[in-house]
Design a protein around this ligand. Structure first.
Ligand code: NOJ
Ligand code: CA
Length: 559
């Protein structure tokens, strides 16, 4: 390992590059059964990397593609080293990895190691009896007795994040098992050395198959308190999950060691990475789990409203929590949250929502850290409108007033490739409907329009490739004297004089023009606009100040 991780690590692909999340069910359906598949992804790699029409990004992360009974759409894994037949075969997977690598795209898999499906052979064996080799692979406990009303008491007060108790009674074993999510997703017992060894085998298997990294699903729940102590109560908001302090059902002292073992194994092969999905909204926790060579999502930007000041405050807070050496992973949308075009622009005219989506894209793709894009956001894709009652998403179907849940189907709709029937996504009936506006909001249509959201993403991504400061540079927030404008400079790390150049980014979140003061470009010459959402005078030189149009995003260089 390098002696100076803060600087050397900024040249690793997973820090300088951009990751694109694919939700495989909704990306491209090659065989017409209405469900996206690996062959479909392979057919559409040109959208992502390699050619002139590519976005381009540096890696794809596939949400789970393993065999699964789909109680949580793939996040309930029944075989960690196989491919669900609906997505294809291992041979299809190898072909996809090969085709991706040929285009310079890395492949990241989603590893769901906190729990398995209840249909996983490990769980089927575990529930079959108390004296087989798998008996302690899950978290089993006796009931401590019955309540006065005769109900079986649970081992402690832990809740499932998806509603109800975290404990499910199993008649066969005459015991409870623990599940942080659905009862169909029993939690593995990470205190068993056999479980830890099996997990390491899974990681090794995929590394040997050529994958470049892993997203670690809810990694900070792997370990639970050894004595299974009840969580202390607290005054919460709506939803019983928030009525406890989650002291004992996650973030246990044994976790860092287990995490280090996984990371060491991943690091044993050059160029591999992990990104941890933090199961919590805490910046401080995200900072604590980051290692110089790895990433952790922190969800700061997911919960912000459309406000330059809110983003500014969040960036300041995160810089303080992360310090100069921890590299952030930036994300605005994923398969669990409402799409950000809808979040930032819900109810506004189409043009305004698209304009905000472009400003958001400029932010995501120029801010210090690794950007994670969510398929469809490059079109400005909105949420689907699907009432909870018609939802396929299990927690939404289980939702009650005490366990509210939003409908994740809304963010999981198919991407449209063309205006054709089925949106070029499928010849059959899509598993979730296409967006109502797919005839105009699709890849082919937007590619033909220089003013589209897609064209803007392409220009941003290409510029990012050309300007090293936008990839690995430090970031200095500017005091610009305008509440609606977020502006910063990206440049070589302090004390370094490499050939990174410098970039000025100015984002007007507001609906009125705004004039801002800007610092001198490090070159001593003026800043030159490289990209703007608006027309700017040719050969414009920016010195001292610049006036931004309403909802203008401007990226200039000057180093
Ligand atoms: C986090 C995943 O992002 C989410 O989609 C899933 O439901 C839970 N983990 C449970 O696996
Ligand atoms: Ca299919």
């Amino acid at each position: 390992m390098s002696q100076d991780p803060a600087v050397s690590s900024r040249t690793d692909w997973w820090q300088t590059g951009v990751v694109y999340q694919i939700y495989p069910r909704s990306f491209a359906d090659a065989n017409g059964d209405g469900i996206g598949d690996l062959a479909g992804i392979a057919e559409h790699l040109d959208h992502l990397g390699g050619g002139d029409d590519a976005l381009p990004v540096d890696a794809i992360w596939l949400s789970p593609i393993y065999p699964s009974p789909d109680f949580d759409f793939g996040y309930d894994v029944a075989d960690y080293v196989g491919i669900d037949p609906r997505y294809g075969t291992l041979a299809d997977f190898d072909r996809l990895v090969e085709a991706a690598h040929r285009r310079g795209l890395r492949v990241i898999l989603d590893l769901v190691l906190n729990h398995t499906s209840h249909r996983h052979p490990w769980f089927e064996a575990s529930r079959a009896g108390r004296d087989n080799p798998y008996a302690d692979w899950y978290i089993w406990r006796d009931s401590p007795g019955r309540s006065r009303l005769g109900a079986r008491r649970t081992p402690n007060n832990w809740r499932s994040y998806f509603g109800g108790s975290a404990w499910q009674w199993d008649e066969g074993r005459g015991q409870f098992y623990m599940h942080t999510f659905l009862p169909e997703q029993p939690d593995l017992n990470w205190r068993s050395p056999a479980v830890r060894a099996a997990v390491m085998d899974v990681v090794r298997t995929w590394l040997d198959r050529g994958v470049d990294g892993f997203r670690l699903d809810v990694f900070n729940t792997f370990y639970k308190d050894a004595a299974l102590r009840s969580n202390p109560r607290r005054i919460g908001r709506r939803g019983r999950w928030s009525w406890q302090r989650h002291l004992f059902d996650r973030d246990q002292p044994d976790l860092p060691d287990a995490l280090a073992r996984i990371r060491n194994l991943v690091d044993s092969q050059p160029g591999r990475m992990t990104v941890g999905e933090l199961f919590d909204n805490s910046m401080a926790k995200a900072a604590a789990y980051i290692e110089p060579k790895h990433l952790i999502f922190d969800w700061t930007f997911m919960s912000l409203r459309w406000s330059a000041a809110a983003f500014r405050d969040a960036i300041v807070a995160r810089d303080a929590a992360f310090g100069p050496d921890r590299w952030p992973a930036n994300v605005l949308s994923n398969h669990d949250q409402p799409r950000h075009a809808s979040r930032f622009g819900g109810g506004l005219p189409v043009e305004t929502v698209d304009a905000r989506a472009k400003v958001a894209a400029a932010l995501l793709l120029t801010l210090r850290g690794t950007p994670f894009l969510y398929y469809g956001e490059e079109l400005g894709q909105r949420n689907l409108v699907i009432p909870n009652a018609e939802s396929l998403d299990p927690p939404a179907r289980r939702a009650t007033w005490l366990s509210p849940w939003w409908n994740r189907d809304q963010a999981r709709g198919p991407i449209a490739w063309s205006a054709n029937r089925g949106g070029g996504f499928t010849r059959g009936t899509p598993w979730l409907p296409l967006s109502a506006d797919f005839e105009t909001r699709n890849v082919e249509g937007q590619a033909a329009h220089p003013g589209s959201v897609l064209s803007w993403y392409r220009r941003l991504l290409r510029l990012r490739r050309e300007v090293p400061a936008l990839q690995g540079g430090d970031q200095r927030l500017l005091e610009v004297g305008q509440l609606d404008v977020l502006a910063y400079v990206r440049e070589a790390p302090a004390g370094k004089t490499d050939a990174m150049g410098a970039s000025l980014v100015a984002l007007n979140f507001g609906d009125a023009p705004a004039t801002i003061q800007v610092p001198a470009a490090p070159s001593g010459v003026a800043w030159r606009p490289s990209l703007s959402t608006h027309l700017r005078p040719e050969a414009e030189a920016i010195r001292g100040s610049v006036t931004l149009a309403p909802l203008e995003a401007l990226v200039a260089v000057g180093g």
